[in-house]
Design a protein around this ligand. Structure first.
Ligand code: C2E
Ligand code: CA
Ligand code: CA
Length: 581
């Protein structure tokens, strides 16, 4: 609503109140009284018989404010000649329809001398000749507007460094973002001064403040024209950088920052070296500025860990990258025989003895540490490496048990469960794999349990049937793993030669607080009973679960309450420790 009119704000004498138009409307005594009683600058405006605006009456405060506007036409009451055409239009429209807009802000002058006004209209009763009239009030808002501006400037500035603050920074990102049509036209860098709190604590907050100011100055020296620097947190700075060549420009800026920080800082006679973490996030078109900033903050965390600037990667991209590198490294680990097989005891819930073990793959990666099978098994399945991994697990498990037997001098009364992926069932010759493991270890088929999931049946029930029967022909036991989580049909369950149902740990875990989970477990137990199968409960973490499941008639169970998966030797020791005789 600001108008471009320029004029001196010197008060001038106010002209005649009423236009000398014969058809104009005269003020009544009541009008006078009303205006005199009002504590604000007010006037009454109406229309002549020709529809021309006319000033009917006004109070002395109105004159005072009008004088401040310096608009001579306003002073003479000739609104049509006002410098701000909007004022006449506002009045005309309001007089024609009292529901029309009734407020207008305008300003006179520029810069420090600018004055701000608000004009407001309210309906009044019609004049004696039936023409509409309205009450016009005029407010000088100059002080208010200036206070608002100062307050806003204060709100947007960091008082220590004088830089824009976080609020202002995100506003700037938003403005730039709204004009950028392509991805990667801008980047946000977040620079975090490392170990600042230590310095602040040991040298005092004054020294800390001084350091922040010097740090900010150095940052400025590393910027290019058009870059925007802000202090976005205690020891955190944000920089908005325009990009011409994409991410390279952002990394070049990070490089310049590291260069300017390389020289030690002088702090009350001391020289200290300051390192910083730099995170980069590239702006995508239409991206929320807060999100962009958070991405850069996330990259800073990674930068601190990596010891060099990091560019934020969206979750999917980094997950895909990790999957890809896991695949490459898993292939190498398999070739170098770096995977291990651990054994989790399966407890006979009646006798408390160890009935057998489930063999579980473990991968301790030299750089990444322990990688969970819930992460690498799906990668192995996707890449086909599961065939190699599956054969390895089968051979290894059979060999381990055969070794235990040899050590004991006789076959031990225990079995080993080996997991078979649905991909192996679909793509490998499982019977061959099992047979060759048995042959080379010398183990009997009855010592092996093969854990298959419902997904291996769903894909190709005919093939599954042949595989299951081939396994039975080798005297192996067949267990249905994760029972209850897939889409098993009772018809298959009845038709396939399944010996054991393994109740998925999600039901077992829920049993103590969820009556529905108990009902499901009960149902599975009676189903197994009806079909002549035995049951193994997974995920028993407490003594209460162990006793409850035993009371419900579940034959065996595994879980952290008894033991975590153990290395072969420890597993055998555990078996011995739980023997009754
Ligand atoms: P699964 O066959 O359901 O194996 C049981 C999982 O439950 C194991 O996780 C085991 O460590 C975990 N577990 C056992 N007791 C408890 C407990 O009390 N509480 C909790 N929270 N968890 C318990 P793990 O070893 O991480 O294996 C995950 C999955 O990876 C296995 O689930 C299996 O599907 C797959 N897997 C592991 N090794 C192999 C393998 O050699 N071949 C194939 N095909 N799959 C494997
Ligand atoms: Ca299993
Ligand atoms: Ca399971």
């Amino acid at each position: 609503m600001q108008a471009a009119a320029r004029r001196s704000a010197t008060p001038k004498s106010v002209g005649p109140a009423v236009q000398n138009d014969p058809s104009s409307v005269r003020a009544s005594a009541d009008d006078h009284a009303l205006l005199a009683a009002l504590p604000i600058a007010a006037a009454i405006v109406g229309q002549t018989s020709r529809g021309v605006l006319c000033l009917i009456d006004r109070n002395s405060r109105f004159d005072e404010v009008i004088a401040l506007t310096g608009d001579e036409a306003m002073m003479s009451g000739d609104f049509r000649q006002c410098q701000h055409l909007g004022i006449a239009q506002l009045m005309q429209e309001f007089l024609a329809d009292f529901d029309a807009t009734n407020e207008l802000d305008f300003c006179e002058g520029e810069g420090i001398g600018a004055r701000y006004f608000r004009i407001k209209l309210a309906p009044l009763s019609r004049c004696a000749k039936g023409r509409p009239r309205c009450l016009v009030s005029l407010v000088d808002r100059t002080v208010e507007v200036q206070a608002e501006r100062t307050l806003r400037a204060e709100m947007l500035r960091d008082s220590l460094t004088g830089l824009p603050n976080r609020l202002s920074f995100t506003e700037t990102i938003e403005i730039k973002g709204s004009t950028s049509a392509r991805d990667c036209e801008y980047a946000v860098l977040v620079v975090d001064m490392l170990r600042f709190s230590r310095i602040n604590e040991s040298m005092g907050s004054l020294a800390g403040d001084e350091l922040l100011i010097t740090f900010a100055r150095r940052l400025i020296s590393a910027l290019r024209g058009g870059d925007v620097l802000a202090r976005t947190g205690g020891n955190e700075f944000g920089i908005l950088v325009g990009l011409k060549r994409g991410v390279e420009d952002a990394l070049a800026a990070a490089e310049r920052i590291q260069q300017v920080m390389a020289t030690p800082f002088k702090l009350s006679e001391l020289e200290i070296r300051i390192e910083c973490g730099i995170g980069v996030a590239l702006m995508q078109a239409g991206q929320d500025p807060e999100e962009l900033f958070r991405n850069a903050q996330f990259a800073v965390k990674q930068a601190k860990a990596a010891g060099k600037p990091q560019v934020y990667e969206p979750k999917e991209a980094s997950a895909a990258r990790r999957r890809f590198s896991i695949e490459t490294e898993l292939r190498r680990a398999l070739d170098k025989d770096q995977l291990k097989l651990f054994y989790q005891p399966l407890i006979n819930l009646k006798s408390g003895e160890v009935a057998g073990f489930e063999a579980l793959a473990r991968w301790n990666h030299e750089d990444r540490g322990e990688i969970s099978p819930t992460e690498f098994i799906p990668v192995a399945e996707e890449s086909g490496l599961i065939l190699q991994l599956g054969r390895w697990a089968m051979d290894k498990a059979a060999q381990t048990v055969a070794e235990w037997d040899r050590e004991a001098g006789a076959p031990l009364p225990l079995y080993v469960g080996v997991n078979l992926s649905a991909i192996q069932v679909a793509r490998d010759n499982i019977a061959d794999v099992v047979e060759s493991a048995l042959r080379s270890s010398g183990l009997k088929g009855e010592r092996l349990t093969l854990e298959l999931t419902e997904s291996s049946i769903v894909q190709d029930p005919g093939r599954a049937m042949r595989v299951f029967e081939a396994l039975k022909a080798l005297d192996a036991t067949v267990a249905m793993d994760d029972f209850g989580t897939g889409y098993s049909s009772l018809a298959y369950l009845q038709r396939l030669p399944i010996d054991v149902l393994k109740i998925d740990k999600s039901f077992v875990t829920g049993m103590m607080r969820d009556p529905d989970a108990v009902a499901i477990v009960r149902a599975v137990l009676s189903l197994a009973d009806a079909l002549g199968m035995s049951t193994t409960a997974e995920g028993i973490e407490t003594v209460e679960l162990a006793t409850t499941l035993a009371a419900l008639g579940c034959s065996s169970g595994q879980g952290f309450y008894f033991a975590r998966p153990l290395e072969a030797q420890a597993a055998l020791e555990y078996w011995k420790s739980r023997r009754r005789h």
